[in-house]
Design a protein around this ligand. Sequence first.
Ligand code: WT7
Length: 650
Amino acid sequence: MSESSSIDSVLKETRTFAPPAAFTAQANIRSEEQYNTMWQRAKDDPAGFWGDLAREHLHWFRPFDTVLEGEMPETRWFSGGTINASYNCLDRHLETERRNKAAIIWEGEPGDTRVLRYQDLHREVCRFANVLKGLGVEKGDRITLYMPMIPELTIAMLACARIGAVHSIIFGGFSADAVADRNNDAQARIVITADGGWRRGREVPLKAAVDAALEKSPTVEKVVVVRRTGGEVDMVPDRDFWWHELTEGASADCDAVEVDAEHPLFILYTSGSTGKPKGVLHSTAGYLLGTTMTTQWVFDLKEDDTYWCTADIGWITGHSYITYGPLSNGATVVMYEGAPNWPDEGRFWEIVEKYRVSIFYTAPTAIRAFIKWGNQWPEKYDLSSLRLLGTVGEPINPEAWMWYREVIGQERCPIVDTWWQTETGGIMISPLPGITATKPGSCGRPLPGVVPDIVSSDGTSLPANEGGLLVMRQPWPHMLRTLYGDHERFKQVYFSEIPGCYFAGDGARRDEDGYIWVMGRVDDVINVSGHRLSTMEIESALVAHERVAEAAVVGFPHEIKGEGIFCFVTLKDGEGDEALQQELTQHVRDQIGALATPDRVRFAPALPKTRSGKIMRRLLRDIAAGRESVQDTTTLEDLSVLARLRDEEE
Ligand code: WT7
């Protein structure tokens, strides 16, 4: 952890911002005592705490018998209970005044819009659920969704949940190869996609990528295609079907099936430091309860809020805080298809003004881009409807936090810096906007039900202000249940590092007020634009190129993306040139997707290794960052390698 340079700068951070009294007065959690009581009860009596919430905030077909059984990592929540996530997000609202409330206010990148009221969304979900049944989908089947940010994506998710099928959403920035890998790992039977989506005025072709993926995905039987852009696509007879043709005659009558509380709701693939992507599997009831409650606590959701999370549904943020959390609470959600700088850099603020957005949730990488584009864009629009701002994905630099507070929040809106992961299912550590005096760069204290600790590598709790490993000492309902098809890996990755604890893979410290300051990943995973990428996967992609002998990939500080991708490459023979750099860059894009595009490719005659042959990544990180290395090089096999790598700098 000594290599984290951010720790020094955040240590100097002493500013705090108390919540405005007017916000506190109306907040869902409005006093320190209320928080303390909730937190302590959840710690001492998790079954009582979560059991009460589950009865009060979710609809059950059959009530559960027990709240929690087993210990981490083998926990079971709400045994005996049967439930349906789609029913909880839709049907139960239809019996209330929410039936004609907007569920989704959607804006396409070209400027087209759609509003789906809860009744409309329910009808479309039922129709599509019947379509899936007609295609032979059964409870437990895995369905791949590879789609743009259009309402059909939400409809498809909830349709899967309605019939007990397990969705596996793949972000549209992944390549055909990545889609094939995930199809195969999940053994998906159906792929739902679109002809394409709009991004910066251009069509991102999705169906074409699916066609290529299907050459290597033997389990996939059928493809459903939404017509979004109207672009040319090849439709394979008896395999490919248009969404609009299938739904046209479909009945809008479809009962939500009762599933066991622990029935899998979805798989979402995320990068790890070794091996292929991990299929994080979430359960139904625990996940739904976690996302439902955290939406109320952290976003202080009220009946009349207009809530906008700018994430893509292809990431966990979109699963938990565009779909399940907000819809379970009957919220009005804004959903936007395209880029923040299309047709110009004011697009987000135009949307905030147009729909009078009150809660806005985005990522540090986006905030850094807004800063770069200049204050003239937000200043052109009326942002007075905003009352709460959120951020997620990576540590936020205090200066970016201050800009967010001043320029977007106009010093009026509390900021919630929410720490969580694909695996945790929902927000774990975050300010509570009505009570927390926020500190720029800190994600505050744990939510009720979350018992974190900062420990050394032998598991000892560390005192205040000492950096260590971030772990969870107690299970929570929305934690992952397994890695799909690889329960051993699940146990090994998360539960073997610190016995008895869930290990998040992040380094952190806790200050004297109990606030947590996350310092970033401690494994070989880099955080690019708020999303985890495995350096090992990028290395594998590079080595798959015929001219590459060896590759080492590290992150380096990047102005907008947080971390950029720096590739050191050793060739089998010959010299590297600019053309080969470009070829390798394109090669990685083809293998993984645009999100993994290398920022720098440097050819090296050799890589620095220890005597046992391990690549010394710390040294490479220093070189990539242009830092003078202060690392211990006593185990380095050949010191001249370093000098040669540095010489390339000029
Ligand atoms: C990793 C999880 C959870 C949705 C988006 C990313 C980093 C996330 C914060 C934050 C500091 C953060 C961590 C974490 N991270 N939020 N508020 N402050 N770091 O999900 O791809 O599963 O990545 O993102 O390193 O482990 P993910």
